[in-house]
Design a protein. Structure first.
Length: 151
């Protein structure tokens, strides 16, 4: 079985041959972020697929935030480019949780933690984070936890 990083490299080569500029630019950027993560710290190491997924999730979030900023500034062309890059990154990430799935996972975690008020949010997030890793952004999860604990 090939690793996610190897798949990214293979797809980059294919995108270059196909002259797909958006895909080429996005995959180069993603591989650069992965390499940067690998050499950061005391010793260089190979990232696991889960760690690569975390890097890709972070990169996808950056694209979404940049697209929002460009759209707010009236720069639709740049916003569209950022969204196109995010779509490429999303194709390598696990399927994102729908609202109903996320709400169900949050209510299960609240019941498991025995949480009754917003002060218990940390306990709920500790239970929930491993279950949603890579499948939902942290801010989205936290917002749903807050909503359910407040209501």
């Amino acid at each position: 079985m090939t690793s996610l990083k190897e798949r990214l490299r293979t797809d980059l080569t294919a995108a270059m041959k196909d002259r797909d500029q958006v895909r080429t630019r996005t995959l180069r950027s993603a591989l650069a972020a992965i390499t940067k993560e690998e050499v950061a710290g005391a010793s260089a190491r190979e990232l696991t697929d889960n760690e690569v997924t975390a890097v890709l999730t972070r990169e996808a979030k950056r694209r979404r935030e940049a697209a929002e900023a460009f759209a707010d500034a009236g720069r639709q062309e740049q916003a569209a480019a950022e969204l196109a890059e995010r779509e490429v990154l999303d194709s390598y990430l696990p399927t994102q949780l729908g609202e109903a799935e996320l709400a169900a996972l949050v209510s299960d975690a609240i019941a498991q933690a025995g949480a009754t008020d917003p002060k218990s949010m940390g306990q709920v997030m500790r239970i929930l984070t491993p279950k949603v890793a890579g499948r939902a952004e942290g801010a989205r999860v936290a917002a749903e936890v807050r909503r359910q604990l407040a209501g």
